[in-house]
Ligand binder design. Sequence first.
Ligand SMILES: Nc1nc2c(ncn2[C@@H]2O[C@H](COP(=O)(O)OP(=O)(O)OP(=O)(O)O)[C@@H](O)[C@H]2O)c(=O)[nH]1
Length: 368
Amino acid sequence: MSNSNKTKPEKPSNKTQNKSAWLTFFYVGTEEVSFSEDARRILIINLFTIVGVFFTLPLGIISLFTGKTTLGWCLVFIAVLYAINHVFLRFSRNHSLSGSFVIYPLYALMIYLVYTGGMNGTGHVWIFCVPAVSLFLHGMKQGLIELAVFTIALIIVMFFTDNYFSEFGYHETLPSRILFSFMVVIFLSGIYEYSMSRFNDELKEKTGKLKLLAYIDSLTELLNRRGMLQRLEIKEQEVIHLLLADVDFFKRVNDQYGHDAGDYALMKIAEIIQTSLPEYGFAARWGGEEFLVALSEGDIQEANALAELIRKRIESYKFSYEGQVFNVTLSVGVASTTPSVILREAITLADNRLYRAKHSGRNQVCTD
Ligand SMILES: Nc1nc2c(ncn2[C@@H]2O[C@H](COP(=O)(O)OP(=O)(O)OP(=O)(O)O)[C@@H](O)[C@H]2O)c(=O)[nH]1
């Protein structure tokens, strides 16, 4: 293809670039934008720190200007802490510690707000964000324990201290209403967190199974072609010896003993191949009745010897399926990658040698 025909890689649109910049900003501290539990926590930390800075800083400044000096400095301190935390997460990627920098100052600030009343006696309205953040960041078990401790602290502050409630002329039932509604929010956040983590666990398990299905052959439990290629590509820079084996006259096995007997034979052959491999060998079902073995160490003599061993073990094995006993044989082609023979070429070479083994009478190993 001439250079002029080559298509230039498409430049991402401004919209896509903006979206990706926002995502990177909110997922900072994680390797990739994904839906893993850790990535979700990091997203929550980043969102909370950013929202925290944008809300807390103006409120702190207003408090300072309206003479509420202690409250003002507390809020400014929290805003600065959250901003530093965002930078800390960006460089350390330690979301566990970063989560603690978010949640523990938050608990302290909330207790302080409930005790003092914050701005004009509205301090208590902020406590309802605590359960969701606590459960999100620390999970069900630790989150609930911390919320229980926080609720006890809340009860002590609201019912057993000389707090602001009396100052603002609130109805006497307000503290108990706050407490009950706070517990309802804990309950609802708990249900949400529980169902989210169950959903995540199931998703993880199903994704794991799907990945396995994508790379493993379900009949023989060996790698499938995709799984083998993936493993071979990882070892592309190394010398690899390849044994491509094909069952001889397998159509006859199916025709004579039935398709199920054929399946059984494939399973047994896979088992024999697998149990013949050295530690550094791996095998795949390459196609219908074709198997590919790869050796990432050893020399070509060892590869040839292994091919011969497998061939002999199959030849002498008595396949027995539902009272029917039969024999099968294998033809094998062996080839290796070298600095001048890349993987695809070595596979083609092994295939050509397998073809030669077939045409030289089958049940044999062809190495050149
Ligand atoms: N039972 C069973 N048979 C399969 C499976 N996959 C492929 N086959 C059969 O394998 C047979 C392969 O036949 P051919 O390609 O003609 O080769 P062959 O009979 O083995 O003959 P040669 O390779 O020339 O020695 C076909 O009959 C396929 O139906 C499978 O998963 N199970």
